[in-house]
Design a protein around this ligand. Structure first.
Ligand code: G6P
Length: 742
């Protein structure tokens, strides 16, 4: 209900109450006055005619009637009667109501009225109320008898009705007046208030509004910028990302620094082949790079990379639809062993993942890590063509590069994204070079993580190990004149996925994949797609399948789980051991439940190109992602994107960043084998309606929160930061430099 209406209602209720109380008080008082008045009148009339009455008393009935008629000439006196002292009626006027006979009055007098003169009472007659008084007539002090006078009280009721009506009219007039005055006052006050507020907002701060102005301005700015963003299009797509880059960052291209390259040229017996690596980082960033132009600086790890690049390591990609440059950096075996296998993957990887693998830190690996970070930082600086380029540094391989780049390009906007979890400060404390790692990252303008929890952990680590000021309200670390923002940017995939354009329908994929795997057409199929990495929980996944078959016998002989496992980091002993353990476990489960041609586990240990992976996603009843700890996990989002038939069930570990976004998946604790086995059974039994409901909701989520939005938000934040720095005078307008800068 509008505020003014509420106020008016309250006002009317108050006025009605006052009127009602006033009415009751007024009628009671006037009633009392009238009664006193009547008593006095009766007495006065009888006293005035006393002599006449006394004279006629003696004459007898005729004379008494005349005297009584004289008394009743007043229109309010209904009638009069004369009674002897012993209750005999001596005379009565024509209109006297005979209900009040002389004996009746004498009886009442003896009960209550002895000694009162005149005695009065109010009585009810069918025609209305009447007032009765009995007055003693005396002569020379001797009582002769009593005169009874009856007054008509209906005029009193008429007066009360008139009073009531007058009060009601007064109430309406008052209410109307009060409501009108209130409304006028409210409008006037509102006008004064808004004009004061307007003056305050336009800078003329009045005393009353001073505390409000800051808040209101901030709110208006926020609403305007949100509306602006909305107006620029609904979902994020390559077009919107490009226009964000041109409008917010003046068309500047981006430079990505990531260890893994998006296209690997490999020598094969059939000639040079282009491979797409199994890497969540590449899955996410390659579409971003295709949408924007620029350079991707990466390790040239393919056996045919050198022969397909120019002298400075450049090659235009994607093959066939070239839109950006890949700059390959060459590493010696020693450098690759120390920096990539050693410090990055035996040190930082197990340090950041809670997967019960002990980190190994070797001083010589660290030295390589420092040297290789510098090498890549130099390569980045060679690629820039302004003093303030936008550089996106990716992942744990390059914790030192941001500061190294900052030293050479103090005005660069460096956005570093950490694709894996950032653990607690206590755990980071294990690393002998923790200060160097954190300090390296603080060379960035923005340090991004998948979740707020990882941001909090990072800020805690800075608090524990570094000399700096933490601005907790702005989530920023301040060191001297430089500030680094710490922000969550949950990563995602492209939408729609371009690989789907050339894939057969879901029905065809179901048939062809079952044929390929040697399964009957009606076999139930589950898939797992991973690099062979101990953080992915592949052993726990196979054990969950074992549990499913133990606890739910109806799936024996009908359900098959296909695990596509891309060999990864095989120079590291722990990865080789995992490979052997997974193989032995698959054999053991197959031996337990296998029969004739039936094998519950099919382990496909080789690299699979994206079209194959997407065919498997489309063919399966379910996909199980069982990571023991994962920053995001894009396999889960790819499975959802692949299912344009809106069917299929995702079973997802609670220890993935994706579990926060994809809440309609069946979320499990992968260590709880019984729970995971039951979840697989629930997925296989799930009715299509429920599958569709869950899948549609997850597809909406992934399509809206796609990777263009991820990159767009980082770039918008970067643009905002650059604007502020320019305004505060630290940056000049973009200056074109010669390529020789680096
Ligand atoms: C994770 C890392 C990426 C890496 C990917 C594949 O997703 O965050 O940086 O590219 O694993 O690992 P690899 O060592 O083969 O590049």
């Amino acid at each position: 209900m509008p505020r003014l209406l509420r106020f008016l209602l309250l006002l009317l209720c108050g006025l009605a109450l006052i009127t009602a109380v006033g009415y009751v008080a007024l009628t009671r008082t006037t009633h009392r006055w009238f009664e006193t008045d009547l008593r006095a009148r009766s007495l006065f009339v009888v006293t005035a005619t006393k002599q006449l009455l006394a004279r006629n008393w003696e004459i007898g009935r005729e004379g008494l009637v005349d005297a009584l008629e004289d008394i009743t000439r007043d229109e309010r006196v209904m009638g009069a009667a004369a009674c002897s002292l012993d209750g005999q009626r001596l005379a009565v006027t024509a209109a006297y109501p005979l209900d009040f006979g002389c004996r009746w009055v004498l009886a009442r007098l003896s009960q209550e009225g002895e000694g009162t003169d005149p005695w009065t009472t109010t009585e009810e007659l069918p025609g209305g109320r009447v007032h009765l008084s009995a007055i003693t007539v005396t002569t020379e002090g001797k009582p002769l008898g009593r005169v009874l006078l009856v007054h008509d009280l209906s005029y009193l009721e008429r007066r009360e009705a008139t009073t009531r009506n007058l009060l009601l009219v007064a109430f309406f007039v008052l209410s109307l007046g009060a409501a009108t005055i209130t409304m006028i006052a409210e409008r006037l006050a509102f006008r004064v208030w808004t004009s004061e507020l307007r003056r305050a907002l336009s800078g003329e701060v009045t005393r009353d509004f001073k505390p409000l102005v800051g808040d209101v301005r901030a709110l208006v700015e926020r609403l305007a910028s949100e509306r602006d963003r909305e107006a620029r299009g609904g979902n994020w797509n390559p077009e919107r990302l490009r226009s964000t880059l041109t409008t917010h960052l003046e068309g500047e291209r981006v430079i990505i620094l990531a260890n893994r390259e998006p296209y690997i040229h490999e020598k094969t017996p059939d000639g040079v082949k282009v491979l797409h690596p199994a890497s969540g980082l590449v899955t996410a960033l390659e579409p971003v790079m295709r949408a924007c132009s620029g350079v991707w600086v990466a390790h040239g790890s393919g056996s045919a990379d050198k022969q397909t690049s120019d002298a400075r390591g450049h090659v235009k990609v994607p093959p066939g639809e070239e839109s950006y440059s890949l700059r390959r950096v060459w590493l010696s075996d020693a450098e690759e062993n120390g920096y990539y296998y050693g410090f990055s993957n035996e040190g930082l990887w197990p340090l950041c993942h809670v997967a019960h693998a002990r980190p190994v830190f070797r001083a010589e690996d660290w030295e390589h890590y420092v040297r290789v970070n510098r090498k890549f930082a130099d390569a980045v600086c060679e690629e820039v063509d302004t003093e303030d380029p936008i550089i996106l540094v990716q992942d744990y391989h390059f914790a030192l590069a941001p500061r190294m780049i900052r030293e050479r390009l103090p005005r660069a906007t460096i956005l570093t994204f950490w694709h894996i979890p950032w653990p607690s400060a206590e755990r980071i404390g294990i690393c002998p070079w923790r200060e160097e790692i954190i300090s390296g990252l603080l060379g960035s303008s923005i340090v991004g993580f998948h979740t707020q929890q990882h941001c909090n952990n990072f800020i805690d680590a800075v608090d524990t190990f570094m000399e700096s000021r933490i601005d907790r309200e702005a989530n920023a670390i301040v060191q001297g004149a430089r500030r680094s923002l710490v922000r969550p940017y949950p990563i995602s995939i492209e939408w729609p996925v371009h690989w789907l354009e050339s894939l057969p329908s879901v029905g065809e994929c179901r048939v062809s994949v079952r044929k390929e795997l040697g399964l009957p057409a009606d076999a139930l199929l589950g898939v797992g797609i991973d690099r062979l990495d101990y953080t992915k929980g592949i052993e726990e996944r196979l054990q969950a399948v074992d549990e499913l078959l133990t606890r739910h016998p109806e799936f024996r002989g009908r359900f098959t789980f296909a695990q596509l496992a891309a060999p990864s980091r095989t120079k590291i002993a722990r990865y080789r051991e995992l490979n052997d353990r997974v193989e032995a476990l698959a054999d053991e489960i197959n031996a337990r439940w296998g029969k004739d041609d039936y094998r519950p586990i099919i382990l496909l240990r080789s690299h699979h190109e994206p079209p194959t992976v997407f065919r498997y996603y489309r063919a399966a009843e379910l996909c199980y992602v069982s990571s023991l700890h994962d920053g995001m996990n894009l396999v889960a989002k790819e499975f959802v994107a692949a299912r344009d038939d809106e069917l299929g069930v995702l079973v997802l570990s609670q220890f993935t960043g994706a579990a926060r976004d994809l809440t309609e998946a069946l979320i499990v604790n992968p260590y709880d084998l019984g729970q995971a086995g039951d979840a697989l059974a629930a997925a296989l039994r799930m009715p299509e309606d429920e599958q569709r409901e869950r899948m549609c909701s997850m597809r909406r989520m992934v399509s809206e929160f796609n990777v263009y939005r991820w990159a767009g938000r980082m770039l918008v934040d970067a643009a905002e930061l650059r604007r502020r720095e320019r305004v505060s005078g630290r940056l000049s307008a973009p200056t074109v430099l010669t390529r020789a800068m680096g």
